[in-house]
Write a protein that binds this ligand. Structure first.
Ligand code: UGA
Length: 436
């Protein structure tokens, strides 16, 4: 089967590389010249364990092709995955212009050709499939096109995307016709997992509903964690205690500095916007976002409790990425923590194994006001306090006894509950965790 993938961003690249590894011939259409030439040279444009080696292998074996020749890719493909971005617009809704542009290109290059299945993998609001159908008819201007639109949301987590693509929990396909469903059965034939076939509206809602629910779990436990702090309870045990209930489940109940990344914040905004646009009360999601926004202030409050005055103090921020195992800093909680520290007049030295370059690029004016080092030891030297924002393993393995001696005042805020509290106190730290 010939497959085309539009957009070599996170979703597109992982999808294309993994599908080629399953034996399909995959052409990836990417318009960004510099991205394209790096991919053609076998260099992965994102950090994702296992991806580059799989990319190089399939490129070498000729199954994976990176190109800007959209017409040829469209002509040859039977299944066309749309994986372009749907960023937030100022009102929180998803910007669909890239999806629209790909639709136009596909229609104009498949007039009078045989059946093709357009599969939307980008995260999109409910109704997108219908819009693509409508726009296809408009762009075809009365000429014959034989296109079917399907929805196939992805549930991959950054840092584990290759593994999760190859061993999914479930596959969701929203497709109307038997032919479309059969084609998607073929694409995912080698996977032994539940496969749910629905209409396209249902599949589109499943994606937003899944991400919003997971984000809700996180804000929920963060809310409970504040109560634990006020009362002397331990949120990690509360999470364990409720997580044993299979109806609740133990995952995504880690209290911390709040969720970030390219998905949860954007998808929550978009889902809340969709709800509002139908006149529905999606206020629950507004609260989830509000709790998340307040996390950084909570951390500042804790630091103030130990340090009294933050102005003029030197604070080491450990971790810039929105979670470990990635170089992605999009909507990272580190940015709001740093902003809040600077607002207090503190000076910030930030460290991260992978995120510094990305942080500098994405948060230019904020980055100009702080210093960076890849070495946590250097960041901690002479610091009045350290704040762990990302739970990189490397921080667990630091020689904390030595760190304590090198700090100006040994104040440590473990924003991810990753360190052994008793041990840190024994070493002499004024130690704070989250919700315990
Ligand atoms: C998320 C979803 O987990 C994927 O299923 C989905 O496919 C993806 O978005 C997407 O829509 O593309 P991802 O953004 O890679 O994946 O990150 P997660 O591992 O879900 O973490 C998101 C944020 O929540 C991180 O900042 C993480 O630190 C935080 N988090 C997660 C917590 O604070 N507590 C937890 O218990 C779990």
């Amino acid at each position: 089967m010939n497959i085309a993938v539009f957009g070599a961003g996170y979703v597109g690249l992982v999808t294309a590389v993994c599908l080629s590894d399953l034996g399909f011939r995959v052409q990836v259409v990417e318009k960004d010249r510099s991205k394209l030439s790096r991919l053609q040279a076998g260099i992965s444009t994102i950090y994702e364990p296992g991806l580059e080696e799989m990319l190089v292998r399939n490129l070498g074996e000729g199954r994976l092709i990176f190109t800007d020749d959209a017409p040829l890719a469209i002509l040859e493909a039977e299944v066309l995955f749309v994986c372009v971005g749907t960023p937030s617009r100022p009102d929180g809704s998803a910007d669909m212009s890239q999806i629209e542009a790909v639709t136009k290109e596909i229609v104009e290059n498949s007039l009078d050709s045989g059946y093709k299945l357009i599969v939307v993998k980008s995260t999109v609001p409910v109704g997108t499939g219908r819009w693509i159908e409508k726009m296809s008819a408009l762009y075809a201007k009365g000429r014959r096109v034989n296109l079917e639109i399907a929805s196939n949301p992805e549930f991959l987590r950054e840092g584990a995307a290759v593994k999760e693509f190859m061993h999914p929990d479930r596959i969701v396909v929203g497709a109307a016709s038997e032919r479309g469903r059969a084609l998607m059965e073929d694409v995912y034939r080698s996977f032994d997992c539940p496969k749910l076939f629905t209409d396209s509206h249902t599949a589109e809602i499943i994606k937003y509903a899944a991400n919003s629910f997971l984000a809700t779990k996180i804000s929920y436990i963060n809310m409970v964690s504040d109560l634990c702090e006020e009362t002397g309870a331990d949120v990690t045990l509360v999470a364990e205690g409720i997580g044993f209930d299979r109806r609740i489940g133990a995952d995504f109940l880690k209290a911390g500095p709040g969720f970030g990344g390219s998905c949860f914040p954007k998808d929550l905004r978009a889902f809340a916007h969709v709800g509002r646009s139908y006149g529905l009360n999606f206020g629950l999601l507004e609260q989830v976002m509000q709790i998340n926004r307040e996390r950084s202030q909570r951390m500042i409050r804790k630091l103030r409790e130990q340090l009294w005055v933050l102005g003029g103090k030197r604070i080491a921020v450990l971790g810039l990425t929105f979670k470990p195992g990635t170089d992605d800093v999009r909507e990272t909680p580190a940015a709001s923590v740093i902003e809040a520290l600077l607002a207090e007049g503190a000076s910030v030295l930030a460290t991260d194994p992978l995120g510094i370059a990305g942080f500098r690029e994405m948060y230019g004016s904020l980055a100009e006001r702080i210093s960076f080092t890849v070495s946590p030891g250097e960041a901690l030297l002479g610091a009045h306090a350290a704040v762990i924002v990302t739970d990189w393993d490397a921080y667990r393995e630091l020689d904390w006894a030595d760190v304590k001696d090198r700090m100006e005042t040994p104040v440590l805020l473990d924003g991810r509950n990753m360190l052994d509290r008793a041990e840190m106190r024994r070493l002499g730290f004024a130690f704070m965790a989250v919700g315990r």
